[in-house]
Write a new protein. Structure first.
Length: 408
């Protein structure tokens, strides 16, 4: 299994000078995508950490007002703005004393690799997150990975490089965090399968015919999770589960045949691992990303935190049902991309990202998203063992093809 869910033998990443066997000392954190949903939850975890997590770097694309508010509250050493035009709006004196501004992706790559950084939270949305996550892996960092697209696009390359540099990747995605926790109950050879739970999204009970008429406003109304726009639409199509199947395939080094999906509308059981003896181990908690974020930042330790708790004094019901392949064809595409490997994930990811953009802009119907993704997965010039350049080339190709679809 390429990703260890136990402390590495050499204690890599945990041996802060002030630390001890029970206290990791201070951990300096780089938050990539700090103004987003995961970024804001990460700052909640940092604020509640009693000073154990130190915000070292906050990076965002263009939400300057919020980024400056965060900088004034958390006083990081660095604020990094991806978009130079947006950065131009930051006047002298806008940042607190001790905080410096850097601009653009090259600067972000350099600062993420700085020896001062102990933990990198990868929470930029979409393919844009690959570059800085790769920089963190190159530098051998411990990465709390929310940006699943990194593994969907370039899973084998990322896992191989992380093994070479000693980088640890701890998942933040709630399902993968649950699996990471459940895997501690056995050895890799004892796992018979992994079952990812899915909320089913806002259209779990909608008729197949009515799905073509879904509006962006309806797709952006998720029943259990509050998230960024792109992943919220992905949850509505269940493409999120497709991407998560590919993510799990590389993260846990299991063949696609050992990965399954079950719909669980309450979003409390975050995923399950079945072992060879038939025992199924799950992780339960209310839908609150602060728990998996904190787990990834402190792993392998557990500390008290701000995440909501389950209330066993109140009656609860857990439902499980198989996903409907007719209404949610995206799930099959995830199984296919996980089984094929190579460039399939990169094409699926880019086609989906562009199709979601088209849907939100009114150029594509909701049901076109999975259809165009399936078509491009079939048609693309598949490569078994791509380089990063191949991945980027096919990402661009898929986006261009979706653009043509949107025009017809
Ligand atoms: P979001 O849209 O709320 O936030 C995205 C963040 O990325 C923002 O801070 C934005 O400024 C930044 N960003 C976007 N493009 C950038 C660029 N080119 N350069 C630098 N920064 C850029 O997204 P989110 O919901 O927080 O999701 C972030 C990632 O976490 C996604 O990959 C998503 O799949 C994953 N994830 C999110 C959740 C969730 O609950 N929101 C759960 C699991 C996984
Ligand atoms: Mg998830």
């Amino acid at each position: 299994m390429p990703v260890s869910n136990r402390e590495p033998a050499d204690g890599q990443g945990l041996d802060r000078p002030t630390g001890s066997a029970t206290d990791p000392g201070l951990l300096r954190v780089a938050v990539l995508g700090s103004t987003g949903s995961i970024g804001s939850s990460t700052l909640d975890v940092i604020a509640a950490s009693g000073g154990r997590l130190v915000p070292h770097l906050l990076a965002a694309h263009s939400s300057i007002g919020l980024l400056l508010d965060q900088a004034r509250q958390f006083r990081p050493r660095w604020v990094v703005v991806g978009d130079p035009d947006a950065a131009a709006a930051i006047g002298p004196g806008s940042l607190p004393d001790g905080t410096s501004l850097a601009v653009g992706p090259d600067a972000l790559d350099d600062l993420v690799a700085d020896p001062a950084v102990d933990r990198v939270v990868s929470a930029i949305v979409g393919a844009a997150g690959l570059r800085s996550t790769w920089a963190a892996i190159e530098a051998g960092k411990t990465v709390a990975l929310a940006n699943k697209e990194t593994l969907v696009m370039a899973g084998p390359l990322v896992i191989r490089r992380a093994a070479e540099t000693g980088s640890r990747i701890i998942p933040v995605d709630s399902e993968h965090s649950a699996i990471h926790q459940a895997l501690a109950c056995g050895s890799p050879g004892e796992v018979s399968r992994i079952v990812l739970t899915a909320s089913g999204g806002p259209f779990r009970t909608r008729s197949r015919e009515s799905l073509a008429e879904v509006t962006p406003a309806e797709a952006l109304r998720h029943p259990t999770w509050s998230m960024g726009r792109k992943i919220t639409v992905d949850s509505a199509t269940m493409m999120n589960k497709a991407l998560e199947l590919v993510e799990a395939r590389w993260l846990f080094g299991l063949p696609a045949a050992k990965l399954a999906v079950v719909v669980h509308p309450q979003s409390i059981v975050h995923s399950l691992v079945e072992f060879v003896d038939g025992a199924v181990i799950a992780q339960l908690s209310p839908p609150d990303m602060r728990l998996p974020i904190q787990y990834a930042l402190f792993h392998p330790r557990r500390v008290p935190g701000p995440a909501r708790r389950l209330d066993f004094a109140t009656a609860m019901q857990f439902d499980f049902e198989p996903p409907d392949p007719e209404r949610f064809p995206a799930v099959r595409l995830g199984h296919e991309a996980a089984a094929r490997g190579g460039t399939a994930g990169a094409v699926l990811n880019a086609a989906n990202e562009e199709a979601v953009r088209g849907f939100l802009a009114g150029a594509l119907r909701f049901t076109d998203i999975a259809e165009v993704c399936g078509r491009l997965l079939d048609e693309h010039p598949f490569q078994d063992d791509p380089t990063l350049d191949d991945v980027r080339r096919l990402d661009a190709w898929a986006r261009q093809e979706v653009g043509k679809w949107a025009c017809v």
